[in-house]
Design a protein around this ligand. Sequence first.
Ligand code: ATP
Length: 207
Amino acid sequence: MTDRIVLFGGTFDPVHNGHLIVARSIAEQLELPKVMLVPAAVPPHKDSAHATAQQRLQMLRLGIAGEKLFEICELEISRAGPSYTLETVRQLRRLRGGGVDVSVIIGADMLEDLPIWRRVDELLDEAQIIVALRPPWDRQLEQVLGSLEGPLGRQRAQTLSKGVVTTPLIDISSTEIRRRAREGKSIRFLVPEAVEEFIKNQRVYVG
Ligand code: ATP
């Protein structure tokens, strides 16, 4: 049987229940035994992270503690420089040996950015992209997929549309959590309890 690795990369600043609910839903639907969460060291398509890499890693660990579905891949955190998915895919392939299928989960909001991902053509040749729904982007999905035909080509855009999985629409973002924490508002039910405690005790997003 071919080995399959499913990556879910992100800044996880912090990890939130949207990430976890959506990843679990995908795992259930596609019958995946594992989803590898890959925190980025330096996210290439975003402003820099707010919490430190070690804090983001620690929050991920706390958030998935005791949950067998998830494992954390520290390759990007350990690597110097921007965290390009293609490099991570190749590094994992080298580590696992040949014959491994790699899939990468992204939220629907990331689709329109795909054309500017580093060497995206090679990434799309080497990994299958699984797209999770995310509000409000779910409402423009057809339009965004259509707009990818120009930069990526029709066939690739069609393959991407086949990778869309109907996941629960969870309107939670790390931005909202950081803002709420900064303003002293509750973040309960938005993040796992242990992550909430960590953010409070370490004053991660205050000041
Ligand atoms: P920020 O608000 O700081 O931009 P974020 O909430 O988008 O962060 P990331 O860690 O940047 O979180 O996201 C990692 C991956 O998870 C991305 O592919 C993103 O699209 C996806 N994702 C994040 N939140 C959700 C959500 N609520 N539903 C579906 N996908 C999500």
